[in-house]
Each structure stands twice: as structure tokens, then as C-alpha cells.
Unconditional design. Structure first.
Length: 124
């Protein structure tokens, strides 16, 4: 079963978009819609049944220990996307590197401006 959508809370949508716009675009979510308080990133297909990733503005939101991990097709893709995230202001950056005790798991970990935890990973 695939996911249908993710609604991630952020305290300031415009601030959050400085990271998410370039990162989501680089991952292929090139179509988006927004109403000024929310944004949904979609794959380029006009099919409304496609999964999407959304940000919802919620005053006072702070990230917690939850993590959203994006799966990459190659180690090079992890490196490329991690560089985009770092350049776009991601915080608390770790990696990219092989995960502890799992040489087959390569990942970069970081946080957005609200402390929402994100990851880009590749499994060999």
C-alpha cells in the first residue's frame, strides 16, 4: 500500500518554503498548489489520485521526534538532495553517510526551521 498524502505542520509557511520548494522540486514534485496558509507538492501528473506532500501552517508548531524519510534511487541522489537541503537552510545536518551498523543503508538526516526531522536514504 502506498501513502496517499503527508500533511506536515509548520509554524511559518513562507519560512518553510525556503527549504521545501527546492527540495521537493528536486525530488520530482514539480506541481504545487497553495492557498497562502497551506501548500501541496504534487508529481507532474495531472492525475488527482497521485500521492502528495503537504505543508500546513499552524501557529506555534514545533517539531517532535517523528521523522519523514524520503527514499532515493542511488547514493549519488542522496548526496545531491542533501546538498540542496543544506544550501536551502536545513539545520542539525548529519551525513550523508552509512548508517550505524548497516553498511547497506546510506542517509542524510536534517531538520527544517521548526525542528521537523527529515531524512533522505538509499538502501543497497
Amino acid at each position: 500500500m502506498l501513502y496517499d498524502h503527508i500533511d506536515l505542520r509548520v509554524s511559518d509557511l513562507e519560512r518553510a518554503r525556503k527549504l521545501y520548494d527546492p527540495l521537493m522540486t528536486a525530488m520530482g514534485f514539480t506541481r504545487f498548489d497553495t492557498d497562502g496558509r497551506n501548500i501541496n507538492y504534487h508529481l507532474p501528473s495531472p492525475d488527482r489520485a497521485q500521492p502528495f506532500f503537504g505543508l500546513m501552517e499552524q501557529a506555534g508548531h514545533r517539531g517532535d521526534a517523528s521523522r519523514v524519510a524520503f527514499r532515493s534511487e542511488t547514493r549519488e541522489d542522496v548526496d545531491r538532495l542533501a546538498a540542496i537541503a543544506r544550501d536551502a537552510g536545513a539545520r542539525a545536518f548529519e551525513g550523508p553517510e552509512n548508517y550505524e551498523n548497516a553498511a547497506w543503508y546510506y542517509a542524510a538526516f536534517f531538520e527544517d526551521a521548526d525542528g521537523n526531522k527529515l531524512e533522505i536514504c538509499y538502501r543497497e
